[in-house]
Design a protein around this ligand. Structure first.
Ligand code: EPZ
Length: 427
């Protein structure tokens, strides 16, 4: 088993380079199925979610090869079986994007229900609502979600709830459906716009991505493309809160500042000095952190995927902050781990009351999901003393070269491999 060992208390200084956006990559990679052709994708993050999707494509008969460290060539001409089995699908949420992609290409899909971070119920009723509106029959049996349609026709679909996943999956299923699809109450995240741009570069006809009404004119044929993925808004935001938490001064490069506006606004309220440049952003914190209230909302609101990092930052601010989780039912489970580090946070359902303390103290803690795990890394970097973080596979799903990037700006962090069970002896 692997764990991080972190000696906290250093103010971090220097430059960090942001990788391609995980949540764009995990939608774009399945989307390559829609063209019986070759796609070259640049700025692909080297993270485990991406590796798993490449393995799923190879198991389907696609040819996937790296042309450079973050550039991948994907040839989906030989894909035959529109099937993703449990063994593959269970590792990540995004495996269900193969439902929309297979429907778009084959009119048929058999995908085992997805895995992913566990912070409450994660239904897919809106995905199914969209597929059925487009003419597919959807059943669930023998451990598979099965979607089938002789012919897909454009439809007018209104999402009951703003859903990134449903917006992605319906776009994938609709791009080759006959006629016009209008998707209302659509998600507006940067990765939705990136997927739409990718699909359009393959010959799709999608307009309005980034607004709450997306119009898709179905096309018969889609072709290969060469496409660079946008920088990761959440990875960038995470290094912003890490710089703030350690009282450091970090230049975060390869970002789109507009995608970070909600995070920048909150950090300025919390007392940070932020300078925006064309494709980088500098975060400094010299004085005390101020309390501030946060409510997570779909884009352009404060991103839910930054909630654990922001709550952890506010746990060492002066005064009491209120954090409201507006997207997920149960995304504060990590707070128990922060309590072990001395945080004073009370959670009641979707609301956390965060009473700031002077400094956290190092402890042995566990990563419970991707963003909760990186929030514990942030907590450990700002804490007095040594921390050990277990179950770091969650963190490695979404952060390329986390150790290398943090060490480069002065963090005392290393990854330690211990024989399974050894940890238990010290428990
Ligand atoms: C995506 O998850 C992201 N994952 C999540 O990021 C992110 O937290 C979430 O969007 C919100 O931004 C990926 O992109 C791979 P949703 P997704 O569908 O698509 C409800 C990370 O850390 N809902 O936008 O699963 C749902 O319960 C991960 O990178 C339905 O009710 O989220 C939730 O309350 C964690 N029915 C809300 O909508 C549905 O059919 C938003 O969920 C679908 C969703």
């Amino acid at each position: 088993m692997e764990k991080y060992v972190i000696n906290g208390g250093n103010a971090l200084h220097g430059e960090v380079e942001i990788s391609g956006a995980k949540n764009a990559a995990v939608a774009i990679i399945p989307a390559t199925v829609l063209a019986q052709d070759i796609c070259v994708i640049e700025n692909v993050p080297n993270i485990s979610d991406v590796s798993i999707l490449f393995q799923i494509l190879r198991d389907l008969g696609a040819n996937v090869r790296y042309l450079a460290k973050n550039t991948v060539e994907i040839d989906t001409r030989n894909i035959r079986e529109p099937v993703v089995p449990y063994e593959s699908a269970r590792h990540l949420r995004a495996s269900y994007y193969f439902l929309g992609a297979f429907l778009g290409r084959f009119g048929e899909a058999h995908v085992s229900p997805p895995g992913g971070c566990n912070f409450g119920v994660r239904p897919i009723d809106q995905h199914i609502k969209g597929f059925e509106a487009l003419g597919a029959t959807v059943t669930t049996d023998y451990g598979f979600i099965n979607a089938q349609s002789d012919e897909m026709f454009g439809a007018h679909i209104y999402l009951d709830v703003v859903s990134v996943g449903a917006t992605v999956n319906i776009m994938l299923a609709a791009v080759r459906a006959k006629g016009l699809t209008i998707l209302e109450n659509a998600a507006k995240e940067p990765h939705i716009v990136d997927l739409a741009n990718f699909l359009n570069s393959m010959g799709a006809d999608i307009r309005g991505a980034g607004t709450d009404v997306i119009k898709i004119h179905g096309v018969d044929i889609m072709h290969g493309t060469n496409y660079p993925i946008i920088p990761d808004q959440i990875e960038a935001g995470t290094y912003m809160t890490i710089a703030a938490a350690t009282g450091g001064d970090v230049l975060i490069k390869n970002v789109i500042p507009k995608h970070l506006e909600a995070i920048t606004d909150k950090l300025i309220q919390a007392g940070c000095e932020i300078e925006e440049y064309d494709d980088s952003i500098r975060v400094r914190r010299t004085g005390v952190l101020n309390k501030t209230n946060v409510k997570t909302l779909p884009h352009p609101g404060f991103p839910t995927d930054m909630q654990p990092q922001m709550t952890t930052l506010l746990s060492i601010a002066q005064g009491t902050s209120i954090v409201t989780e507006g997207v997920w039912d149960n995304r504060f489970k990590y707070v128990d781990e922060l309590h072990r580090m001395g945080a004073k946070i009370q959670v009641d359902g979707k609301v956390a009351v965060v009473e700031g303390v002077e400094q956290l103290s190092g402890a042995q803690v566990k990563a419970l999901d991707l963003r909760a795990g990186v929030a514990l890394v942030q907590a450990a970097l700002s804490a007095k003393g040594t921390s050990e973080i277990e179950d770091i596979h969650w963190v490695e799903r979404g952060y390329e070269d986390l150790i290398g990037k943090l060490q480069k700006i002065g963090a005392d962090i290393k990854k330690v491999t211990i024989p399974d069970g050894a940890f238990a002896k010290n428990a």
